[in-house]
Ligand binder design. Sequence first.
Ligand SMILES: Cc1ncc(COP(=O)(O)O)c(C=O)c1O
Length: 407
Amino acid sequence: MGRWPEFSRSAKLDGIGVSEIIRIGAEARNLAASHDDVISLSAGEPDFPTPDNVKLAGINAISTNQTRYTALDGTAELKAAIRRKFRRENGMDYAENEISIGAGAKQVLFNILMATLNPGDEVIVPSPCWTTYLDMIRLAGGMARVVACSEETGFRLSPEQLAAALTPRTRWLLLNSPSNPTGAVYRAAHLAALGEVLRAAPHVGVISDDIYEHVLYDTAPFATMAATCPDLKPRVVTVNGVSKAYSMTGWRVGYAAAAPEIIAAMAVVQSQSSSNPCSISQVAAIEALDGPQDVIASRRDAFRGRRDRIVAGLNAIPHVHCLLPDGAFYAFADMRALLARPELKRRDIADDAALCRYFLHECHVAIVPGFCFGGPGYLRLSYAASDRMIDDALDRLKTGVNRLLAG
Ligand SMILES: Cc1ncc(COP(=O)(O)O)c(C=O)c1O
């Protein structure tokens, strides 16, 4: 087909592109078309299949014709299952009109921001972070106030940093624990300290992205803001979904719990964009939330083994340093000492993006550069991959680094 020369993109999209992670995934797939040894450690999804009972519930939904439009922001049945989940796992009670369901946590987050931000409104985002947040905030007309959180503070936002970032235009603090990409976890004491700062700023709400709640290796129980600081609950939106906990990334079901007026405003956005989340997926999500939960623990144990394996392997590579993450399925490795080596400078490998290109094209291992998350000098390695793939990738990375240092 020919091109349309008069076409121009809306200015709303200025500076916003398809995510770098998706671009790297596509580059890895292209390379894999001609080489059968490409290993991808770039994916942001569990490599396990959706549990059989959940698949069967989806098949049954099709067979029984549950294939029509549903209530705009989710069926009463799925909302009831989500309310049971919040009660059972987080000790939080919500009414039916305090729940919203969308096509993945991503759409739910988008709805919140579209429904609440006015031009110039600010959202505090601790970084490194999932950079989709920044693009969504911009699309919704707001401004991200990115606060750099270093490895020394466990990549967590401190109460002092929060206090310094607040302005009269701050609308939200956006927290993600466990975090993509660092695996950092906010425990109850961290949240309580942030809550103390927020008590003095009643105009500021919290969006708590809990999507990795069940990929948590900590011995301490999972903590979330609305449960840790119940007095702040009316201004907390808790976001979660079935994607990561139940390996259901393709089914597209995410949800939020919040005050009824926020939920109603989110419904307006969803009503004028996608309408209800997939009817079949909603039935499957009820089975995921209400059915046997042992899959969560067994998969978490598998992820823990892989985490230990990949972090030990990375730390055995010269000039590479990697913290042991407490949650999610990513290792966030510090490559700054390696990048500072003269041997790499001579090869024109000056930053994390160039190092990733080298690993992809010379070692056939796909990894995401840290700059994509606001962490230049780092690499994010997803360990949602088999032990064999992880070992093979580590071998190749080590050989690749040694080759660079010898060169
Ligand atoms: C931090 C974070 N939040 C939300 C999402 C979106 O999840 P969903 O698949 O439910 O849209 C992701 C997916 O990668 C994520 O990493």
